[in-house]
Design a binder for this molecule. Structure first.
Ligand SMILES: *[C@@H]1O[C@H](CO)[C@@H](O)[C@H](O)[C@H]1NC(C)=O
Length: 358
């Protein structure tokens, strides 16, 4: 079969970052699943009350009264959008999350961006020319797969105010293949990648999963999350922080724009994927099978950890790094079978996975 290996990808994933907003957790059940009720929309007083509750819940602090009033206007506009969409779509729903006081432009400008990568050296490219899972026949592909149920996925993490999604995406895929091969699920260090994997990657200012896989394969492995904890900023590479405990042999790119290839890879292990996550719907996603709208300008790195079908709708299960309070406990189910090669939000465009051959 023809295998396409992505070489010289022309962007770094700059990552949508949760920000301080991401770090703040939802507390208790005073809010409904979407964070408001229809009655809240009925009067100005109820809206103010809802806003004050939201401000308290996410520990928002505004510099001035004027700023707070401005944020209230944005909040109302977002709430109208959320309610509007919730009335129209049936497959998924949006909610008042941490991003509810940001305009969509602010959201995109603050948490997104693209940086052209430095020229990539082929000698440092560990990718094999072979897509090993392509040999699996279509009939052999399981109907569903969920690596969370097979003890191959760690808890949902939070990148906070740092464009380090690429490190979280990489680490989740490595944690997965390590658990599958060794039977030992160990949480590994994103911070080590942020501090040390600087060849092509740019810490909190973006990076690419393939560069990080390449770094791990060539340097003898990653340290644990515990030994090299997350600092939410780039620091000096500190190899004195414990011993490298998990290594990989290399990585391979899933043939681009080929959904069945991605599913075959997912049947074997969690896979790093890139998506466009800058859409207003994505910003407020709270649950269900997401089916867009979104474009295919890749700006966020996440990890696909399985796939399944709900009410006849095929989806891919994606682990995000905005904490456990965004989406479905930190996950999003993204529709499969869009009929477009790139897949929903471009998810089929740049998938890759680490290999561990013993
Ligand atoms: C799993 O791996 C970690 C890191 O190497 C190690 O500390 C732990 O003891 C291992 N657990 C088991 C059950 O082998």
């Amino acid at each position: 079969m023809e295998t396409k290996v992505t070489v010289g990808v022309v962007l770094l994933l700059l990552c949508l970052c949760g920000g301080a907003a991401c770090a703040a957790g939802r507390s208790g059940g005073e809010f409904s699943i979407v964070g408001y009720s229809e009655e809240d929309l009925a009067s100005h007083d109820r809206l103010i009350e809802l806003f004050e509750k939201w401000v308290a819940k996410y520990r928002k602090a505004y510099a001035s009264f004027e700023e707070k009033v401005r944020r209230f206007e944005v909040f109302k506009d977002n709430l109208n959008h959320i309610d509007d969409i919730n009335k129209k779509v049936t497959s998924y729903w949006l909610g008042l999350n941490e991003f509810a006081d940001l305009t969509h432009d602010e959201f995109k400008a603050t948490y997104l961006g693209l940086t052209p990568p430095p020229t990539r050296s082929n000698s440092k490219h560990y990718s094999s020319e072979e897509f090993r899972y392509g040999k699996m026949s279509d009939g052999e592909v399981p109907k569903e797969m969920d690596w969370r149920k097979k003890n191959a996925v760690t808890e949902v993490k939070n990148q906070g105010q740092c464009g380090s999604c690429w490190a979280f995406s990489t680490v989740a895929a490595v944690e997965g293949i390590n658990a599958i091969v060794t039977g030992n699920l160990t949480s590994l260090s994103e911070q080590e990648l942020i501090d040390c994997s600087t060849d092509g990657n740019n810490g909190c200012n973006g990076g690419l999963m393939d560069y990080a896989f390449s770094y791990i394969a060539s340097t003898g492995g990653l340290r644990t999350e515990e030994a090299y904890p997350y600092a939410m900023e780039e620091g000096d590479c500190d190899e004195g922080k414990g011993a490298a405990v998990v290594t990989i042999s290399g990585y391979e790119d899933v043939p681009a724009n080929d959904e069945q290839a991605l599913v075959k890879a997912l049947a074997h292990q969690p896979v790093s994927v890139a998506i466009e996550a800058s859409g207003r719907h994505f910003q407020f996603y709270s649950g269900g099978v997401f089916d867009g709208p979104c474009g295919e300008q890749l700006d966020h790195g996440v990890t696909a950890v399985g796939y399944g079908t709900s009410k006849g709708q095929d989806y891919i299960i994606v682990k995000n790094s905005w904490g456990p309070h965004w989406g479905e406990k930190g996950y999003i189910r993204m529709k499969r079978g869009t009929g477009k090669g790139e897949g929903l939000c471009g998810i089929n465009k740049m998938a890759s996975y680490p290999t561990k051959d013993n």
